[in-house]
Design a binder for this molecule. Structure first.
Ligand SMILES: NC(=O)c1ccc[n+]([C@@H]2O[C@H](COP(=O)([O-])OP(=O)(O)OC[C@H]3O[C@@H](n4cnc5c(N)ncnc54)[C@H](OP(=O)(O)O)[C@@H]3O)[C@@H](O)[C@H]2O)c1
Length: 340
């Protein structure tokens, strides 16, 4: 199995997004989730991505749910040495006493320290391989947040620092405080705004890129139905709600390329990402998530799929056809392009 470097962290060429193992797109049982993970790791998918905010919150809980991390703990007890473990902090429940009651980010150094200790305890591990700040806090300079994360590296609690949904300017400021191993943001055939500034900044600084929702939250695979997404939050987004029908032409293009290669849509979407990242000079590791072991293995097959120049041109046209925004909350600053 080949490997990819995110900064100085060596990981599998495709990772595994653990969010979809919790309730967000339908969910599954913890035992079934761990079985899927076991099959993925057996096959060589060793880079696991979670967050303290993933999972169903317990009744009455006020902080990040933590239940996706807890689900992982028994798995890590047996297989910690075989995986590279990434988690995140910084998305919170609404914070009292802040200027807006809808504020959902916290980048204060004391919060970074307590969130890290809480994640280590929930995961049952001594160290986190890659610790991300999940969203910049508009009230805390990113230098202060990353300064606190650098102290966590020095203390041996985390090995590498990552950032999610930061702008190129925020990345430069953070990287001046401590090397950033990876930037995680949405990047896929239908979410390409990061190519304007963020991906070039990663290429310039030698920061790895971790594309999240690389399958368009499942849409690009062509296996979802309108009824299925109406049952979860995806049906409330413009792309998969009111623009569902209009966006089917995107799936048709992916399917046409897939047919030519006797591949699946998911493999085409991931192979496109790997090759686009290569063209842009950035080291990238997509983290698709699935509840099904056979799909995780299918996704790994993208590593061996070589798209030609005609395929890349045909797929490139998708960017002009997309209807609706990639932002899932009604706040433009929630994603990096809304602050650029
Ligand atoms: N940093 C951030 O703010 C952020 C935001 C979102 C996500 N993430 C991370 O990125 C990871 C992936 O993102 P995501 O789960 O939103 O989207 P995704 O990976 O683009 O899509 C996941 C969906 O695709 C389906 N799927 C996966 N492989 C498939 C295949 N081969 N064929 C058909 N369907 C397939 C899954 O359904 P089944 O389970 O039914 O197979 C699931 O519903 C998350 O787990 C999380 O770790 C980070």
């Amino acid at each position: 199995m080949t490997t990819t470097n995110l900064g100085d962290l060596t990981v599998s060429p495709i990772g595994f997004g653990c969010m979809a193992l919790s309730h967000v797109y339908g969910g599954t049982t913890d035992d079934a989730a761990r079985d899927t993970l076991g099959a993925a790791v057996d096959a060589g998918i060793t880079f696991l991505d979670t967050s303290d905010v993933y999972g169903e919150p317990r009744e009455g809980s006020t902080g990040p749910a933590g239940t996706n991390e807890e689900m992982l703990a028994p798995f890590l007890k047996d297989r910690r040495d075989e995986v590279q473990l990434a988690t995140k902090f910084g998305i919170t429940a609404p914070r009292e006493g802040t200027d807006t009651s809808s504020k959902r980010t916290d980048g204060r150094p004391e919060y970074a320290r307590s969130a890290c200790d809480a994640s280590l305890a929930r995961l049952g591990v001594d160290t986190i391989d890659l610790y991300y700040h999940h969203r910049p806090d508009p009230d805390v300079p990113i230098e202060e947040t990353v300064g606190a994360m650098a102290e966590l590296v020095a203390a041996g609690k985390i090995r590498h620092i990552g950032l999610s949904e930061v702008t190129s300017e925020e990345l430069h400021r953070a990287h001046a405080v401590h090397p950033i191993a990876a930037l995680q943001s949405e990047w896929s055939l239908w979410s390409r705004d990061v190519e304007d500034r963020v991906v070039p900044a990663c290429a310039e600084l030698g920061v790895g890129f971790v594309p999240y929702s690389p399958l368009g939250r499942g849409f690009l695979t062509g296996t979802l139905t309108k009824e299925q997404v109406a049952g979860d939050f995806r049906g409330g987004t413009t792309r998969m709600g009111e623009s569902w029908d209009a966006n089917q032409k995107i799936v048709d293009i992916v399917a046409e390329v897939a047919r030519r290669h006797d591949a699946t849509n998911a493999q085409v979407a991931l192979a496109w990402l790997l090759q686009r990242a290569d063209q842009m000079g950035v080291s990238a590791v997509p983290i698709p998530g699935s509840r099904k072991a056979e799909r995780a293995l299918e996704n790994l097959g993208a590593v061996d799929l070589l798209l030609d120049a005609d395929d890349m041109t045909q797929l490139d046209a998708i960017r002009t056809l997309v209807e609706g925004t990639r932002n899932i909350v009604d706040n433009p600053t929630w994603i990096s392009s809304g602050r650029e």
